[in-house]
Design a protein. Structure first.
Length: 699
């Protein structure tokens, strides 16, 4: 164990100069759930392996490890000293911060950046690049970023691979195939309208000429429509050249997102103005990234990697904002250099739960385009459109030329309160947000609760906030009564045996699951009265009181009952269920007995429902209330977004934007305390990484 560090001045906190004091401090943080046991274990390992390790280095290692659990790839020392408490994401959920252990702001009060940087000069533990040290530091003149080596390597691998693909596109793409692309785009989109710039058309042209491309845009901007036409363009080019059709694969981070993309792709392909032979070359099946790579249970490794690459020509990944740095590194490692990669997603959504905000980092300049004059000239030839002047930048970077942002929403028009609210939130403009909420838009409702006992939640979760009217269930915002009524009224005959009437039970399950998707209560937190723990129990009791479900308090918390909606929280390859899949528990008649089975949609037109016994489901949770993070990749006809009464590090602009854009037709925005919305929309997720600057050459 190392000894006290004499270089730390007397007024400093003892943990900065004495290892035992530091270990005691970390122990108190772990006991309060401010720090993970894993982070403490790393510090103990480093201290045991190398004598006289400076306590400041050990503290940096603990915080760098802890950052990974909150989505950061590294620890930014300057940012940590500027806002120390954010290093532990304080205050955590469910912690009232009464009688706390020493806060980071107290511990780091006297520490300077130079002192911390000096403590990291340790050849055995901290490297400056390739090597075997457990930690890596990167200095940029403004700050120092401290990485666990594995995540530094992920960042370097992404930078190298994407950089190579961009260089290949930059040297080979422009100047080729403009006339053919123009002809095909005219077939797919019609003749260009010179009075407005069609970004979908431009996105197809840009992505068709690159081995790496990103198509980003908000909800309803037509990302799926665009990528289907892109694939049609690529296959048309193959056919006209007399070449075998491309082997195209479609993937998404979760089973839920994959099923949604599959449904959307099938609809879009059917409407393409192409012959059946060409349509048949566009795949309809969508897989998860884990299945694509061949996940190995209980390991971080995949069957496909650099030494056993995938065999395909084009890979499209939807909901790319949900893909973390480790997964994207694995995907790129398994892709042959010839394979074209297209990322789809909304750059303004929440990033992945795991470390990294890859799509946001890559697309942070996308709003302004930054296309070079050469790109603009080629786009005019290939699309028949003149790129608006504001999007041209002589200093545009190679990455800028590979990104297309779709600007026009076809779902939310100028009369949509949801669309206007999303724009105001994205601008971090609380005054604009309040103005939108006060305009009386038909698709938008705003509630401010008066304490935990406010009864306004009851009519919302039962009937969407409107008076109960079974006849108008599809013409007004729904609540949970709707799907539970469908469960009762469309149930097969009570005596119908499940094994003999499977089709009837399947049709019933499809109807129930469809009705369940008409409403979802979303929240920011997991713990506390305004988190899913408190809200699931509260909603369950409300539904029981309305005689819509039958369950005791204990059953609501820990048991099974008919009508229980559940979400899978871990991939289960044996059951063919993926993290994020949602099912509903339904009673079926088997061998003369009533039994519960959980119905999950499969996305497979041949087998619409997968029926699973509750006893086989281990990693599941009730989803009367769902966190916004878990809702990514989903849409609901009516979404209710509830913001908690206290500030939290997770309560950010991105969370509010992601939650409200889950609403397809109606949104109810609920503040548990007036003013919490203003605080949320002015707080932005800033995930520490070096990815953004490395690829764009900007800061």
């Amino acid at each position: 164990m190392s000894q006290p560090d004499d270089a730390i001045h007397d007024s400093a906190h003892p943990a900065l100069g004495d290892t035992q004091a530091l270990l005691d401090l970390l122990e108190s943080w772990v006991a309060r759930d401010w720090l993970r046991g894993l982070d403490r274990a790393l510090v103990r390992f480093l201290d045991a392996e190398v004598e006289n390790t400076p306590p400041l280095l050990l503290l940096g290692a603990a915080l760098a490890s802890h950052q990974l659990g909150h989505g950061h790839v590294c620890l930014d020392l300057a940012a940590t000293l500027a806002e120390p408490n954010l290093a532990l994401s304080l205050p955590p959920e469910g912690d009232a911060m009464s009688d706390p252990p020493p806060l980071p702001e107290e511990v780091l009060a006297t520490l300077t950046l130079n002192e911390w940087q000096s403590a990291l000069e340790h050849v055995d533990l901290v490297g400056h690049g390739p090597g075997n040290s457990p930690l890596v530091r990167v200095d940029d003149g403004r700050t120092t970023r401290l990485y666990l080596r594995r995540y530094w390597q992920y960042e370097q691998s992404l930078h190298t691979d994407i950089g190579r693909r961009l260089a290949r596109a930059d040297s080979n793409a422009l100047g080729k195939d403009a006339a053919l692309i123009r002809t095909t785009l005219d077939t797919l989109f019609g003749e260009p309208d010179t009075s407005t710039f069609n970004w979908q058309r431009a996105a197809c042209a840009l992505a068709a000429q690159r081995s790496f491309a990103i198509i980003t845009g908000g909800p309803g901007t037509g990302k799926t429509t665009t990528v289907v036409r892109l694939l049609a363009l690529l296959q048309t080019r193959q056919r006209d050249a007399g070449i075998t059709p491309l082997d195209i694969h479609l993937a998404a981070p979760t089973g839920k997102a994959a099923a949604r993309l599959s449904e959307s792709i099938a609809h879009q392909v059917g409407s393409l103005p192409l012959d059946e032979t060409l349509r048949a070359t566009i795949p309809l099946a969508v897989t998860t990234l884990h299945r694509l790579l061949g996940a190995r249970p209980d390991t971080r490794h995949f069957r496909h990697h650099a030494d056993n690459p995938l065999s395909l020509d084009v890979l499209v990944i939807d909901e790319a904002s949900m893909v973390d740095i480790e997964m994207l590194t694995a995907v790129l490692s398994a892709l042959p250099a010839r394979t074209r990669l297209v990322l789809l997603g909304d750059k303004d959504q929440l990033a992945s739960v795991e470390a990294g905000a890859i799509l946001g980092d890559l697309c942070h300049r996308a709003d302004a385009g930054h296309y070079t004059p050469n790109t603009a000239q080629w786009l005019e030839q290939a699309t028949g459109q003149l790129l608006p002047e504001g999007y041209v930048d002589p200093d545009g970077q190679p990455l800028d030329q590979a990104i297309a942002m779709l600007h026009e929403s076809y779902r939310f028009d100028a009369q949509s309160g949801i669309g206007q609210l999303a724009q105001a939130v994205n601008r971090s403009a609380p005054d604009e947000v309040r103005t939108v909420l006060s305009q009386g838009y038909a698709d938008l409702r705003h509630l401010v609760l008066d304490g935990e006992s406010d009864s306004a939640l009851k009519p919302l979760v039962l009937d969407g906030g409107a008076p109960h009217d079974a006849q108008a269930a599809t013409a007004q915002p729904a609540g949970y009564r709707h799907y539970l009524n469908v469960m009762q009224t469309q149930r097969p005959h009570r005596e119908a045996d499940f094994t003999l009437h499977t089709e009837d039970y399947t049709a019933w399950a499809v109807a129930v699951l469809g009705a369940y998707g008409d409403f979802q209560l979303l929240c920011a937190l997991r713990k506390g009265v305004w988190g899913i723990e408190g809200l699931n129990l509260r909603v369950g009791k409300t539904l029981r009181q309305a005689k819509l479900i039958e369950a005791s308090d204990a059953t609501l918390e820990h048991g099974w009952f008919e009508g229980r909606p559940v979400m899978v929280t871990q991939n289960d390859y044996g059951l063919k269920l993926m993290n994020g899949d949602i099912g509903v528990a339904l009673e079926v008649m088997e061998a003369g007995e009533t039994r519960l089975r959980v119905a999950f949609p499969t996305g497979d037109p041949e087998t619409l429902i997968r029926w699973v016994l509750p006893s086989r489901l281990d990693a599941i949770e009730t989803v009367f209330a769902m966190t916004v993070h878990k809702s990514q990749g989903s849409e609901f006809r009516h979404a209710a977004l509830l913001l908690p009464s206290r500030p939290s590090p997770v309560l950010t602009r991105e969370l509010v934007y992601t939650g409200l854009t889950r609403a397809r037709q109606w949104l109810t925005l609920i503040e548990a305390r007036r003013g919490i919305l203003d605080e949320a929309v002015t707080r932005q997720v800033l995930r520490a990484s070096g990815k953004r600057d490395a690829l764009t050459g900007t800061t």
